[in-house]
Design a protein around this ligand. Structure first.
Ligand SMILES: [Zn+2]
Length: 450
């Protein structure tokens, strides 16, 4: 009899969890397992915010500082480097499951969520085999995950109530590197936060992330994301806390059945899933998938992606013209500030030596051009900088762009707070005087070449 009742209870719980918004399911699981909204103890130094995001106390403090600095108009770039490190190398996320924690149905849900990520992206999830960094599904207080790779075995806690595929997909999303959709720096154009309805003291759960922390890869804001919370998250009075500016989405946020088209696209871009595919333009919001075919939205949340026809980009024997940047990949939002490639052809162009010849490449293809450190270290990228400076060319209006990009250290164009390169001086000192004779023609060539 007890067994029947128990089964009925579990069935009711699972059924109910399936029908409630993602944040409500997580919140209920937190409350039932006595997890609180912001847990911080000096011993663990772990903070939980937005119901399910874990951070170290140090990270939380740093994020707060960045937010303040950004509000005050100061821009900081170093964070982006740290975030790049938080991606999983070789697109591989080893996983393990705490022994004897989950029922067979819960294990099925975990596997279904892993398979969803496996199918739609180029991420692989092998069973952990001694790797230092991995995710670990375990029981815990509530449901939670760190954002991105921490470098050690990081928990994905799944209390009762969170052991359904879409919630697990969401928590894996954090480990992959996703924040909550409603925290995006550009959310102001899409949702309005109704402060009056938020439980007192919980407003911090709706803070916008600083632009330095989020790389949207130009994927537009997504009401249908599995990372989006529902309309009443953190509500004190059951009133709406998240109002969608497009009202047709008001009842749809927080109810994603799994990864949305844009969720899938973001992971494919973040992990460069089409890195070895021939370049092609896909229609509309389409992107090139790991099988090198264009993927387009279907409009069906349960089956969000379909193959579509792309147009090959001419890649004969010569490199594509730098003057014809493909329109679909031109960065348009200022929120993309992480050191990375802003254009999916960066790697291709870099192979043809455009890094040293193109200002566009220096600005937008830092990853492919191995210039990610440039955000932290202000250094000279060109030769003969001292000679150019000594001849008064730092401020020459025709050379200004080149000098800013190539001789920033020598010409004193570094931003406040940036470091000079390791030697504290330009590369010119290492260059023989014979090369200096060629400096000016070289510069002219570069300008013409662009
Ligand atoms: Zn979450």
């Amino acid at each position: 009899m007890m067994k029947i009742l128990g089964c009925a209870l579990i069935f009711a719980l699972v059924f109910k969890t399936e029908s409630m918004s993602i944040d409500t399911a997580i919140k209920n699981a937190n409350e039932n397992s006595m997890a609180y909204d912001l847990v911080s103890s000096e011993s663990s130094r772990i903070v939980r915010k937005e119901y399910d995001i874990l951070m170290t106390l140090d990270e939380y403090i740093e994020e707060e500082k960045e937010r303040m600095e950004e509000k005050m108009g100061k821009r900081k770039k170093r964070k982006a480097i740290r975030d790049t490190r938080r991606r999983w190398p070789s697109n591989t996320i080893p996983y393990e499951i705490a022994a004897s924690t989950f029922s067979s149905s819960a294990l099925n849900e975990i596997n279904a969520a892993l398979n969803e990520w496996r199918t739609q992206t180029c991420l692989t999830f092998p069973q952990r085999n001694g790797e230092a960094a991995a995710i670990r599904f375990q029981n815990g207080d509530g449901c939670s995950s760190f954002v991105g790779r921490t470098g050690s075995v990081q928990p994905i806690s799944l209390a009762n109530g969170c052991r359904v595929r879409r919630i697990i997909t969401h928590e894996i999303g954090h480990a992959v590197g996703y924040w909550h959709e409603q925290s995006r720096p550009d959310r102001g154009g899409f949702v309005q936060i109704i402060e009056d309805n938020i439980a007192p003291g919980l407003q911090f759960n709706f803070e916008e992330l600083p632009t330095s922390q989020v790389n949207t890869f130009d994927v537009p804001y997504d009401y249908l994301s599995v990372m989006h919370y529902g309309a009443r998250a953190f509500s004190v009075n059951n009133g709406i806390t998240v109002r969608t500016i497009d009202q047709s989405f008001q009842n749809r946020i927080g109810n994603a059945p799994g990864l949305s088209f844009r969720d899938i696209k973001l992971a494919n871009l973040m992990y460069n899933c089409a890195g070895s595919c021939p370049a092609q333009n896909c229609p509309g919001e389409g992107f090139v998938g790991k099988d090198c075919r264009c993927k387009c939205p279907t409009g069906d949340p349960n089956n969000p992606v379909q193959n579509c026809q792309g147009t090959p980009v001419a890649t004969t024997t010569s490199a594509p013209s730098m003057s014809t940047t493909p329109p679909t990949t031109t960065p348009t939002t200022p929120s993309v500030t992480e050191c990375g490639d802003m254009n999916r052809f960066c790697g291709f162009w870099a192979q043809f030596g455009f890094c040293s010849r193109s200002r566009y490449m220096m600005m937008n293809c830092k990853q492919s051009c191995n210039k990610c450190n440039a955000a932290r270290v202000c250094e000279d990228m060109g030769n003969s900088c001292s000679w150019l400076r000594d001849n008064g060319l730092c401020d020459n209006r025709f050379l200004r762009n080149y000098m800013e990009n190539s001789c920033a250290a020598t010409c004193g164009f570094c931003e406040a707070g940036q470091l000079l390169d390791a030697n504290g001086q330009s590369g010119a000192s290492k260059v023989g005087s014979a090369t200096l004779l060629f400096a000016l023609p070289l510069v002219m060539l570069i300008i013409i070449g662009m």
